[in-house]
Ligand binder design. Structure first.
Ligand code: NAP
Length: 277
């Protein structure tokens, strides 16, 4: 399941909409990226998002904060961006560091600019099937499933991982789509047995090749959201490919879709700010 190819189509649509908004209203969709500290991986992710924004005709505003920034200082920055009419979307790159209250920081982002889908308000809207921005990685995964005509309705989906930005919203979105959802985590006993019972496996752990190929049921669909050093996913790709009907590669699977959804939602936010309903 080639997320890189689907992302190209999504990105082309995003670029077209960004240009239309600029031509008709003089508005350039603008994404503010906030980076706390100097973690090289986080800095790379932010740069990738900024580069792709520029390619699609979106502006970015980069805010870089020292590692020792306090929760209160970060909340102030996010409040200011939330109130800035020239900013349409806000991305707080995470993780933000142990000493910061990440939930308080996320929730300082106004829901109308929460294009990464990380606030409690966005999560609640998503879980209740109401309008709002979706968590980017799970939303990108759903777009992949839709594109490859995998209908979650009635199927057994097993999500491995329960983080607030990936596993939990993924489970909520699959439930909205009428899947029967099992969520596994670090305390789950006999992970192999749960995975073997899945029609759809979503790996969202951050442990290289934790999901073994022989666990995958014949004909299952496998989505590997994991991204570990050395371009290794959470699934043993070679082994799983022997059983799976479809599988995402790493890289070129979930990653490009995450950024594509982020930028599509930034243009959504800019459109809504320009033409309030
Ligand atoms: P996270 O916050 O560290 O959460 C990891 C989850 O995995 C936790 O729920 C944890 O359980 C569970 N877990 C850990 N060890 C386990 C085990 N042995 N068996 C079963 N479950 C286990 O990570 P995350 O932010 O969700 O990210 C997960 C992976 O996705 C990482 O590789 C990350 O790089 C990748 N990711 C990719 C994208 C993308 O765009 N492609 C975006 C975001 C994240 P507990 O809750 O019990 O601790």
């Amino acid at each position: 399941m080639r997320g890189d190819l689907l992302a190209r189509t999504t990105n082309a649509d995003t670029a077209r909409r960004a240009q239309e908004l600029f031509t008709a209203n003089g508005v350039r969709p603008t994404l503010a990226t906030v980076l706390v500290g100097d973690d090289p991986a986080s800095a790379t992710y932010v740069r990738m998002k900024e580069r792709r924004s520029a390619q699609l005709g979106l502006d970015t505003r980069h805010v870089e904060l020292a590692r020792e920034t306090t929760t209160a200082e970060l909340v102030d920055v996010l409040n200011a961006l939330s109130g800035d009419p020239e900013v349409h979307g806000i991305l707080l790159q995470h993780p933000v560091g142990q000493h910061i209250d990440e939930r308080a920081a996320f929730d300082a982002i106004t829901p109308t600019k929460d294009v990464d889908g990380v606030t409690s308000a966005s999560f609640s809207a998503m879980a209740f099937g109401e309008a709002g921005f979706e968590s980017c990685t799970p939303a990108g995964i759903l777009r992949l499933l839709d594109h490859y005509e995998v209908n979650p309705s009635g199927s057994h989906a097993v999500v491995v991982g329960r983080s607030p930005i990936l596993g939990k919203p993924m489970a909520a979105l699959l439930l909205q789509r009428d899947a029967t959802v099992t969520v596994c985590h670090s305390k789950t006993r006999d992970l192999a047995r749960h995975v073997a019972a899945a029609d759809i496996v979503i790996a969202a752990v951050g442990r290289p090749e934790l999901i073994r190929g022989e666990w995958i049921a014949h004909g299952a669909v496998v989505i590997d959201a994991g991204y570990n050093p050395g371009n290794v996913g959470d699934v043993d790709f070679v082994g799983a490919s022997r059983h799976a009907a479809m599988i995402t590669p790493v890289p070129g699977g979930v990653g490009p879709m995450t950024i594509a959804v982020l930028l599509a939602q930034t243009v959504d936010a800019a459109e809504r700010a320009t033409h309030p309903r």
